[in-house]
Design a protein around this ligand. Structure first.
Ligand SMILES: [Zn+2]
Length: 179
């Protein structure tokens, strides 16, 4: 699984509802460690499994106390509101102002399958909400106002075209392999 790559806008996996993890196998642990590698390499602060092409409810978030790994995360409580400009590794160079809850209570399983509950606020709460959005096929552009959408349209098309090109190259390789 070492050849995982960052999947960008235009890839249908980013719009899918990710599936619950029923059992944590070595595969999931390996996925978590590969996700961490990809996130830090790309200077991200959070990453969701669909962003590396895996349709599972798994997220990682960089925190001051190390890397938070959450399997099947769920927001239990939301409080307050806050607005900030957000970026996303799957949408390079695109920034959108996003309203999110200021404080959240979240639960999920850790790598060992133990249920953990935590409270987060401000930036950490925001990143967790952003990553959980990915598990539901939601991207920051969905929060953009019409004016903002108009401004980023060109950039979005560029990213989508690039993704399409990657798909075409992959399909051509597959076709060759069949022959
Ligand atoms: Zn993102």
């Amino acid at each position: 699984m070492d050849n995982l790559k960052l999947h960008k806008y235009g890839d249908p996996i980013l719009r899918k509802q990710a599936e619950l993890v029923k059992k944590i196998n070595p595969e999931e642990k390996e996925l978590l460690s590969n996700m961490a590698k990809i996130m830090y390499k790309n200077e991200g602060i959070g990453l969701a499994a669909p962003q590396v092409g895996i349709n599972k409810r798994i997220i990682i978030v960089h925190t001051d106390n190390g890397l938070l790994k959450l399997i099947n995360p769920q927001i239990l409580e939301k409080e307050g509101e806050d607005s900030l400009s957000e970026g996303c590794l799957s949408l390079p160079e695109i920034f959108v102002q996003v309203n999110r809850a200021k404080r959240i209570k979240v639960e999920g399983l850790n790598e060992e399958g133990k249920l953990i509950k935590l409270r987060a606020e401000d930036f950490l709460a925001r990143v967790i909400q952003h990553e959980i959005d990915h598990l539901n096929g939601v991207l920051i552009i969905d929060y953009a106002t019409e004016t903002r959408k108009e401004k980023i349209r060109g950039n979005l098309e560029k990213i989508a075209n690039h993704t399409k090109m990657i798909f075409e190259v992959k399909n051509r390789r597959k076709a060759k392999m069949v022959l």
